[in-house]
Design a protein around this ligand. Sequence first.
Ligand code: SF4
Ligand code: SF4
Length: 480
Amino acid sequence: MRFRGGYNILLKGKPASAVTAMPEPKVLYLPLRSERFTFRDIRVKNGQKVTGGDVLAIDPDNYAVPLLAPRTGTVRLKAVEGHIVLEDAAQLEEHADIAAKEMLHVEKEMGAAGIKRYKLLSLGAWQFFYDAFTGALPDPLGTPQAVIVSTLSLEPFLARGDVQLHKRLLNLTRGLEHLQSLLEYQPIYLVMPNISSEFANLIRNQIRGYASVKMLEIPLKYPYDHFEILARRLNLKPGGGPVWAVRTEGVLAVDRALTLTKPCTVRIVSIGGMGVNLPTHMKVMPGYPIQKIKDKYVFERAARVINGGILTGKILPAEMLGVDTECRGITILREQEEREFLGFIRPGWDRHCYANCFLSSLRKKFREQLNTGIRGELRPCISCNYCEEVCPAGIMPYLIHKYLYADLIEEAEQARVDLCVECGLCSYVCPSKIDLRKQLIDAKALIEKEKEEIRQEQLRQEEARKQQEEARKQSEEKTE
Ligand code: SF4
Ligand code: SF4
């Protein structure tokens, strides 16, 4: 299968490659929720002193993935709703909160590979792993059919793989070796840009000697780095078992956890977008105060803060005070305050249009400014077909939109809404500014819910049938 659709989005506000180490904060606000995790099982007491690497809470629904203390400090549990606050935070030597007794147990049960998996989970490296098909956290004890390692991050403005890797090539190769040691014969696909840069060539040379690491070179077009798209491109099928997927930072975390047995509590997070002074990358730990980041980088009075990239990120709620454990980037956009009447046909040199109908199509490629208005207002679908052209999943978003508008959910299902990977390109190029991505996500959730209800009903019926059968047998036995 070849890549389909995709689009090279050029926007101003791209984070520079430099990494800034942010000043050490006195207080950390660790959110108890992130995109995939809810750390609802709190493991510390109010006022307790903790050291960097201690387990503060776990997510019992996700293989007990831990929320680790990134620094030494004093725990405050009820100071801020939905957060664990760490006061008097200080950077001392972190240690690994691994119970030796449990390690012995794991070793007895599963051998050396079991210990490695246990370490990855308890030292915070497993949080960087995804199931390529579902995006969920994979089972750390499971066996994948393949592993996809992506060095790319193509959504504007997320932290880039080349930045993560700067001066850490050795850590990448060691991380890959560790990953290989968790597998038997399953391949590791290393996803690289199909460009000839000095850095890309360096990685290629470094990887050449690894038999089970296969290179997959892809064009730099969003969203070809999407794990589900990559898995489909590699002809991996959901029925063949899980496909683990991990980005550069995850492999570096694997190296840190397994080579040094140290907790993975620091991240490189990007800050980009048109509302930022000097878009860049920052070295921060989960819980880092958002306000401190805003004070340093955001100059716009009316700015929208997005947790994640421009197309798939979510508006950061005002009540969230710290960087969460999964944050890969913060995007700041200038809030469009005045309504721009018929903005979509406003000609000009300064705006891109997928339709090439703006004067700007006469210019050479350039980076466009983007605010929250994105240009124009919501209008009906004009059947221009652009959403279908860019869709990497090969579905027809406009058709599904029309089915959903007419409440024809079964037809939407037949049109394979399930294949949508939620990349958001359709919404981005749509000249009518229809939020197709959201509509498709909602439809997928609705279909899934209905299927689940049917499954539950079938289970209930099956249970009732078994009970009746049991009762019948018992009454027959009594009569005999
Ligand atoms: S969000 Fe879904 S429908 Fe829209 S372009 Fe991406 S994969 Fe296609
Ligand atoms: S891009 Fe928008 S207007 Fe064009 S066909 Fe798709 S939904 Fe309709």
